[in-house]
Design a protein around this ligand. Structure first.
Ligand SMILES: Nc1ncnc2c1ncn2[C@@H]1O[C@H](COP(=O)(O)OP(=O)(O)OP(=O)(O)O)[C@@H](O)[C@H]1O
Ligand SMILES: [Mg+2]
Length: 366
């Protein structure tokens, strides 16, 4: 899968710009606040139909504008696609090969992107919610059924919680309808998460050892509020019944996949508490590399890589490892940097120098 070109109109700091990309390595070079990360964000928006996690869609529209447009041409095994995205204050319109796509979930796994962002360390050091969201995001990127189930689950959960906040109208039979739905959909969500965690575990261990050079055991654990050793749907239903009185008092549902936790350990010590900054960075890097391998295993595809400011986050050993990996990687890569000196990639590179909102394109041989 190759992103051949991208045209932006009023996307963050880009008022009107067209980029023609190299099939392998694209380098986005510029000083701080020139729009390097914005360009990666635009690529992510085009391929994943949403911005990086921190932003709402309307925040990508340039200051002072009311709408923004993105157009991209993508070459994949399936053929040649043209994507058009229009964002205005109220909504997003997506067109794939001139046809409007009403449900993005229908096309959510059509393209695959893996991002390396400076904030990735939060997957290790951040809250349980960040890790749960990360796990769901990877599963969604390879299995559209997971995205559909998460949405259905959230809806059923919202309905159950809405009944719990109105104790006067609360009866067991009203709740039971939603309990059935939560258990049916929620058990699928849990099963997919558990199965994915079991599959990524050996890959993550192998890659962590390669990147760190250390023989440490990496644990990835899924802790559920539901008993996973028997029929999950039935256990979930039983648990909802059991916690009914407690849920009534707390006005929300206290069991289910929305409360489950994903945790990592290094040599059996909880990584969110005990890992050093370097260990956490290394684990985050190993996870991202594992993500590439999982996409390959599940879908037989190579994702596009977006690497933001990687060198500022890693020590020299990790940087060498990462560039070795990029050198062997067969897909398309986009890297942002403030200085060419930090880039150890050898080969043909297309450079995009950005300064004062002007983009200069130049092919380089390193
Ligand atoms: N909606 C928007 N409209 C216009 N400009 C925006 C918008 N959102 C952000 N910007 C501008 O984009 C610039 C930041 O761009 P970006 O984050 O891509 O910089 P960068 O080149 O990655 O910098 P750094 O090296 O510091 O990471 C800021 O000056 C910010 O004001
Ligand atoms: Mg940046």
């Amino acid at each position: 899968m190759i992103l051949k070109s991208l045209t932006l109109k009023n996307f963050k700091s880009y008022s009107a710009e067209t980029f023609s990309f190299h099939d392998r390595c694209n380098l986005i070079i510029g000083e701080n606040a020139q729009g390097k990360t914005n360009l990666l964000e635009a690529i992510h928006f085009l391929l994943a139909f949403k911005p990086f996690k921190q932003l709402r869609s309307e925040e990508v529209v340039s200051f002072g504008s009311t709408e923004c447009r993105l157009k991209g041409e993508i070459q994949s095994q399936a053929g040649f696609d043209e994507i058009n995205i229009l964002l205005d204050e109220n909504h997003k319109t997506l067109k794939l090969n001139s046809k409007v796509v009403y449900k993005t979930s229908k096309v959510s796994t059509r393209y695959n992107v893996v991002t390396f962002l400076p904030t990735d360390i939060d997957i290790v050091k951040g809250s349980a919610q960040v890790r749960r969201k990360y796990l769901d995001a990877i599963i969604c990127s390879i299995d559209p059924a997971h995205l559909r189930d998460l949405k259905l689950y959230q809806r059923a959960l919202g309905q159950r919680n809405a009944i719990l906040v109105k104790p006067s109208s609360l009866t067991l039979d009203k709740i039971e309808v939603w309990d059935e739905q939560l258990a049916e959909i929620g058990s699928q969500v849990i099963l997919r998460r558990v199965s994915f965690v079991n599959r990524i575990r050996p890959v993550l261990n192998k890659i962590y050892k390669q990147t760190s050079g250390l023989d440490q055991e990496i644990g990835i654990h899924y802790q559920s509020s539901i008993d996973l050793n028997s029929n999950i749907e039935q256990s979930f239903k039983d648990e909802l019944k059991l916690k009914f009185e407690q849920d009534k008092k707390r006005f929300h549902t206290t069991v289910g996949p929305h409360r489950d936790k994903l945790s990592f350990s290094i040599s059996e010590k909880d990584a969110s508490i005990y890992s050093s900054q370097g260990e956490a960075k290394n684990l985050a890097l190993a996870l991202k590399v594992s993500e590439i391998e999982m996409i390959n295993q599940f879908l037989g595809r190579t994702p596009i890589l977006l690497l933001d400011d990687i060198t500022s986050e890693l020590d020299n050993n990790r940087i060498r490892f990462l560039f070795k990996l990029l050198q062997d990687f067969t897909g398309q890569i986009f890297i942002t940097t403030t200085s060419m000196k930090e880039i150890l990639y050898k080969g043909h590179i297309r450079g995009f120098h950005i300064k004062d909102r002007i983009v200069r394109q130049k092919d380089i041989q390193t």
